[in-house]
Design a protein around this ligand. Structure first.
Ligand code: F6P
Length: 523
């Protein structure tokens, strides 16, 4: 069997998790390499005065890892600059935050070349190379220049922007052309895939051939949607761990007589934390009788703290939290608890399980694995409710969540009220459907589908329908079709209304502190 070489900027195997906030990429790639021989290559996270190409080799949790240090100027121009100051905001539809500086692009090309020069001698005939995320779009071009002819695939973990946005980037053509040095390019959803195809056919003068391949710049490639998922068994084990139980108990002790609303993500403007706080403020304003009956816990560890937009965000969130707490807090209660710390995924699993509602409301997100982890952590008999932004890739699969527009504070407030008032029967019904999807579209399926499709690119011009990708009949998306028709109505009035749920909750939990450590029902 072929070796699988995984390449990503951030190499974050399990031993490092808990120190830096692990994004979905690191979690998924750890799972991806578990059953394949090969290694994981990328940046060490360290800087050095001069780039040496010195390899740091380790085996962590059975996963061989090879990393290199970068020079400080490379780190600034490539990581803080082009990757996180230009591509990240642009690909998340924030051209107002996008830096269009030429030096950033030069640093980006330089680091991709350095990575390729370091990796190329390690590649053997027959190896499959799988490159991840926006930091490394030109990797295949650089590897090809060095004579690497192996199959190379690319997977984008974040959204692909609409052509109207992408064309604001001075180097847009060069960037897309670089993707045509890959054999296979994967996106999280059919929406991002369509946006890519729209650029190729509309801007680059390319075409989609009958066999499903895209042709442009004198080259062809295959492109598909491969929605990422969880290692469900691993996550369930984390949720059943002593640390998860401990964090569950800790938060339960602080939410007695209250409903817990939870948000968890890296401190990033794409995650919609400010908009979420405004939605919560609207909810408090609209529902004076419920104000003291909820607590919103936002866990948001610092991320990319050297980038100005992230520093500004932190200041705005601090100010907003202070303002809302200032208006609504009482001597023994404040509506918002903002926690700027990194927690292990086991501890987070305990928080997910304790939460009555998870607010996963990014303004734009490639997929969002927090939504899936929240579902996987729930008690099947008494699950919490997922409120999910329609702009997260996950919303295309997780239709049984309460889908919300995070830009509308009124809609956010209504969704919160609806989620808090949802009857147990309805919560269980929705959770079962969500959990079924999370289980079926897991990380193994994502990995195996992608690897099989990459291998198949070497098998001649097969029609796309014959590739090992499940398609929608149009030769594109392996994700489940979105069900049509109206959403089932929810009963928020009468006996099953929110007020009654809250009263029932009070009764169910009792009023003595001693009852707190007991795993209480959610409603
Ligand atoms: O999932 C998107 C992503 O940018 C990953 O590529 C990255 O590893 C993760 O978020 C965390 O970001 P960073 O590596 O910049 O800390």
């Amino acid at each position: 069997m072929s070796r699988l070489i995984i390449v990503s900027n951030r190499v974050n195997p399990p031993e490092n998790q808990g120190q830096a906030p692990a994004g979905g990429l690191a979690i998924a790639l750890t799972a991806a390499l578990k059953e394949y021989s090969g290694f994981w290559f990328g940046w060490s996270g360290e800087t050095t005065p001069t780039f040496t190409g010195q390899l740091n080799e380790r085996t962590i949790d059975g996963v061989p890892v090879v990393t290199v240090d970068l020079e400080e100027s490379d780190f600034q121009e490539y990581y803080n600059g082009f990757a996180n100051g230009t591509l990240w905001p642009l690909f998340h539809y924030r051209i107002d935050l996008t830096a269009y500086e030429r030096s950033f692009g030069q640093g980006y090309d330089r680091v991709n070349r350095l990575f390729a020069e370091t990796l190329a001698p390690l590649v053997q005939p027959g190896d499959l190379i799988w490159v991840h995320d926006y930091h490394l779009i030109p990797m295949a071009r650089e590897l090809r220049r060095l004579g690497v002819t192996n199959p190379i695939g690319f997977f984008l973990h974040i959204p692909w922007p609409a052509p109207q946005l992408l064309t604001t980037l001075p180097r847009h053509r060069q960037l897309v052309q670089a993707l045509f040095d890959y054999d296979l390019v994967g996106f999280q959803t059919d929406e991002w895939l369509s946006a890519f195809e729209a650029y190729v056919t509309g801007e680059a003068g390319g075409a989609r051939r009958d066999d499903g391949r895209l042709v442009a710049f004198g080259r062809t490639l295959r492109a598909g949607a491969f929605p990422i998922g969880l290692d469900v068994q691993e996550f369930k084990a984390l949720a059943a761990s002593p640390l998860a139980a401990r964090s569950y108990d800790r938060i339960a002790a602080h939410t007695v007589f209250r409903r817990l609303i939870l948000g968890v993500e890296r401190l990033d403007y794409s995650k919609g934390i400010e908009e979420r706080l405004l939605g919560l403020e609207q909810f408090l304003q609209d529902n004076p009788d419920l104000q003291r009956e909820v607590m919103f816990l936002q866990v948001a560890p610092t991320s990319r703290g050297q980038v100005e937009a992230y520093q500004d965000l932190r200041e705005r969130i601090d100010a907003l939290t202070g303002r809302i707490n200032g208006v609504y807090a009482d001597v023994d209660w404040a509506p918002i608890r903002f926690v700027n710390q990194t927690y292990g995924r086991d501890e987070l699993a305990g928080l997910y399980r304790a939460a009555d509602v998870a607010l996963v409301t990014p303004l734009r997100d490639g997929m969002n694995l927090v939504a899936k982890e929240f579902v996987a952590a729930q008690d099947p008999d008494d699950p919490g409710v997922l409120v999910l932004s329609r702009f997260a890739g996950a919303a295309r699969q997780m239709r049984e969540a309460v889908i919300v527009n995070p830009y509308s504070r009124e809609e956010m407030a209504d969704a919160l009220k609806l989620a808090l008032g949802m009857e147990r029967k309805e919560r269980v019904r929705r959770w079962e459907a969500l959990m079924d999807g999370v289980s079926r579209h897991d990380v193994k399926r994502w990995r195996d589908d992608f690897v099989a499709a990459l291998e198949a690119t070497q098998e001649g011009l097969l029609p796309l329908s014959e590739l090992p990708m499940r398609t929608d009949g149009h030769g594109r998306s392996p994700i489940d079709p979105i069900p049509q028709g109206p959403r089932p109505p929810l009963n928020l009035s009468g006996e099953a209304g929110l007020q009654d749920h809250l009263r029932a909750e009070w009764g169910a939990r009792g009023s003595s502190f001693g009852a707190l450590a007991v795993r209480h029902p959610k409603a």
